[in-house]
Design a protein around this ligand. Structure first.
Ligand SMILES: Cc1ncc(COP(=O)(O)O)c(C=O)c1O
Length: 355
């Protein structure tokens, strides 16, 4: 049976401080105005000027030849696999990768590929680990087609891959004849945190995408970038999967607005994450992972309360976090102010400190 997220108890108050996910932001007034003013056409027919504007901007930002607008980040990952791989191929990725654990088995179901899961600290792996995973090209081994990295690594704690480490794993993959794909769901968080432009982060990658529904605050949309040939092939899969849209410019305008107005402010989210982490680390028994970006992961069991209990109690105070396999994730975004972080921290302190 498929797990449906549990509803909050009937007596739970409305959520006042939403630290559950950076996907739950609401469009700002400025973004809505940009959407209202968008010029639109038939995207499926290559005729929507606002989609073209977004794709041109994204191809330039990522340093790639072309780009395609898609409804979601998951579709970007799935289409990249469909284009880069054939059935029977193997993808090398981290064991916590979104493509492995959170896309409903799409890569196996729709492309018949297997994923070799690498170990590594904070959702990242080393060039040595990639080298060790490269199989001899015999008729016994699965053909290895693609190396995939997540920048930032979500379950790795929003960790930022250092540029040198990206270059090093890409070099090993290239040497072994693999294509390279970057899941850039939160790429702009990495760029802002490291002070490195997106085109440099993505330089060694054949394909890369950015999600507009994470810290950038748009209601939907992601853009997949690559060579002209890659994007041409991606368009065929977009059509096959039902991802071709009509007056999508309304949504593309929100994405363009977010690129113009919501990138630099990601630094505020990172500062809020550091503030929450610093406060939590003062509480005896709480183990906090040092945040690189907007995600704060911590473990409350040492303070005598399980993650599930902790999040349920916070929810009854109108504060929402997520509990992921024992770890708590608190996520900073557009709708979380510095004052809200203070208030959330105070509530957490009360729950976690001995009476
Ligand atoms: C690292 C990563 N990749 C991919 C996705 C999928 O993005 P979407 O929800 O837009 O399909 C997510 C969503 O949380 C993510 O965190």
């Amino acid at each position: 049976m498929v797990h449906i997220p549990e509803r909050p108890p009937a007596n739970a108050p409305a959520v006042r401080i939403n630290l559950y996910s950076d996907t739950q932001t609401r469009p700002t007034a400025g973004m809505k105005a940009a959407m209202m003013a968008a010029e639109v056409g038939d995207e499926q027919h290559g005729d929507d000027p606002s989609v073209h504007e977004l794709c041109d901007k994204m191809a330039k930002l990522m340093g790639k030849e072309a780009a395609v607008f898609l409804p979601s980040g998951t579709m970007c990952n799935v289409i990249a696999t469909l284009v880069h791989c054939v059935p029977g191929d193997e993808i090398i990725a981290h064991k916590t990768a979104h493509i492995l654990g959170s896309e409903g088995g799409a890569h196996a179901a729709l492309r018949g590929v297997q994923i070799r899961a690498l170990e590594g600290e904070r959702g990242m792996f080393t060039p040595e680990a990639v080298k060790a995973a490269i199989l001899p090209k015999t008729r016994h081994a699965p053909p290895q087609a693609l190396l995939e990295v997540e920048q930032t690594a979500n379950i790795g704690g929003g960790a930022v891959w250092p540029k040198e480490q990206l270059d090093a794993v890409v070099a090993v993959a290239r040497e072994a004849g693999l294509a390279t794909h970057m899941d850039g769901a939160r790429l702009m968080n990495a760029c802002v945190a490291a002070g490195i432009p997106a085109h440099e982060m993505a330089a060694g990658f054949d394909s890369v995408w950015l999600d507009f529904t994470k810290g950038l605050g748009a209601p939907l949309g992601a853009v997949l970038c690559g060579s002209h040939d890659f994007i041409e092939k991606s368009w065929r899969w977009k059509q096959r999967l039902g991802g071709s849209m009509r007056q999508a410019g309304i949504c593309a305008a929100a994405c363009t607005y977010s690129l113009d107005h919501h990138v630099e402010r990601l630094a505020d989210d990172h500062a809020n994450a550091r503030k929450l982490a610093a406060g939590l680390s003062q509480i005896p028994g709480v183990v906090v992972e040092k945040p690189d970006t907007n995600l704060v992961f911590f473990d409350t069991t040492g303070a005598g309360i399980t993650g599930a209990e902790f999040s349920a109690k916070l929810r009854m105070q109108g504060i929402q976090v997520s509990s992921l396999g024992g770890r708590i994730r608190a996520c900073m975004h557009l709708d979380v102010t510095s004052e809200m972080v203070d208030e959330a921290l105070e509530a957490m302190r009360k729950l976690l400190s001995p009476k």
